[in-house]
Ligand binder design. Structure first.
Ligand SMILES: Nc1ncnc2c1ncn2[C@@H]1O[C@H](COP(=O)(O)OP(=O)(O)OP(=O)(O)O)[C@@H](O)[C@H]1O
Ligand SMILES: [Mg+2]
Length: 366
């Protein structure tokens, strides 16, 4: 998969910009605050409809303007695809090869991208929510059934929480209503957990292979799915209906939903110690980098092509050895990377690279 060209109109600090990309490494360099990350963000937004940096889509529109337009031309399996996106006052329209898309699933996942930024350290350092978001997002990009299961689960969860909050006391009527929500939650929840378990197994295997190279073969990376406080053995989904029934009394007492995959976690350990607590800053970075590159490898196995790799400001965070590893990784055939940096890395010399220098919302190809 690759991106051939990109047009931005009124996207963040870009008024009008066209970019052409090479098939291998594409560097966006420039000083702070000039618009490097904005380019990566626009590509990711075009492909997924999402950006980690926004609460509302309107934030992406250039200040003082009322709408934005993005267009990207991509190649996947030798087929050319154009995706266009319009945003106006939080309304959004997407066209695929000129044809309006009705649902996100019409275009999300056609072209995949792996986005790696320094903020991704949060996946290791922060709480379970960051890890669930990370893994769910990855699964959703290749498994539409996961999107459907998450939506069904969220809907039922909202209803069940509202029911618990607004009723008083405990009677057969309340229990019957809760039971019916529990059945829906169990059906969707079982799917969610089984997709996540399946993914964690793949992620751990790929991550271990990469981490051994970046760090050393002595380091063992382990990922364990934790559901309701219990480590789940690989590929064994719990009996959610039974667990929910068991907890019903407690949930009525506390007037809250106490268990389910919306509270699960993934324990990441290095040499049997939780990485969140014991891994050094550099090890945590190498771990997240391994997870992102593992994501690349998993996509490639499923789709037979590498996704686009978007690397934001990652070189400055790594030491010499890891920087060298990353540059060698992105220099391999079949991988296209868009990478931002403030200072050009001298090792890029001689590699097939397209350079853009970015200044004040203008990107100029050299
Ligand atoms: N909606 C918007 N309209 C206009 N300008 C915006 C908008 N949102 C952000 N900007 C501007 O975009 C610039 C930031 O761009 P970006 O995050 O791409 O910088 P960068 O080159 O990646 O910098 P750094 O090296 O610090 O990460 C800032 O100057 C910011 O003021
Ligand atoms: Mg930036």
């Amino acid at each position: 998969m690759r991106i051939n060209s990109l047009i931005l109109r009124n996207f963040r600090n870009y008024r009008r910009q066209e970019l052409d990309f090479g098939p291998a490494i594409n560097v966006l360099s420039g000083q702070n605050g000039q618009g490097k990350t904005n380019v990566l963000e626009s590509v990711f937004f075009l492909l997924t409809g999402k950006s980690q940096r926004i609460r509302q889509e309107i934030e992406l529109v250039t200040w003082g303007e009322d709408s934005l337009y993005l267009s990207g031309e991509f190649t996947v399996r030798e087929r050319r695809i154009q995706i266009e996106s319009f945003v106006r006052a939080n309304q959004r329209a997407v066209r695929l090869n000129g044809v309006p898309c009705r649902r996100m699933s019409d275009y999300v996942g056609l072209i995949n991208a792996v986005f790696f930024t320094p903020d991704d350290l949060e996946i290791v350092k922060k709480g379970p929510m960051e890890r669930r978001r990370f893994i769910d997002f990855m699964i959703c990009q290749s498994k539409p059934a996961h999107i459907a299961a998450l939506n069904q689960y969220q809907k039922a969860l909202k209803q069940k929480s509202a029911l618990l909050r607004r009723t008083r006391g405990d009677d057969a009527n309340l229990r019957a209503l809760l039971e019916s929500w529990n059945l829906q939650l169990a059906a969707a929840g079982t799917k969610i957990i089984s997709h996540r378990l399946e993914y964690v197994v793949k992620l751990q295997a790929e991550c271990q292979a990469i981490f051994s190279v970046i760090f050393s073969a002595d380091w063992l990376v382990e990922m364990t799915y934790i559901s309701m406080g219990r480590r789940l053995p690989k590929e064994e989904t719990p009996d959610l209906a039974a667990i929910f029934s068991e907890r019903m009394g407690q949930e009525i007492e506390r007037r809250a939903v106490l268990a389910g995959p919306h509270r699960d976690d993934i324990l990441i350990a290095v040499n049997e110690k939780p990485a969140k607590i014991f891994a050094s800053q550099g090890q945590q970075r190498a771990l997240v980098l391994s997870m992102k590159l593992a994501e690349m490898e998993i996509f490639r196995k499923e789709k037979e092509e590498y996704p686009l790799l978007l690397l934001d400001d990652v070189l400055s965070e790594l030491d010499e050895k890891r920087r060298g590893f990353l540059l060698d990784y992105i220099n391999a055939p079949g991988r296209q990377t868009l990478i931002t940096m403030t200072e050009r890395d001298a090792r890029l010399k001689g590699k097939e690279t397209v350079f853009y220098s970015v200044k004040g919302g203008r990107a100029e190809r050299e």
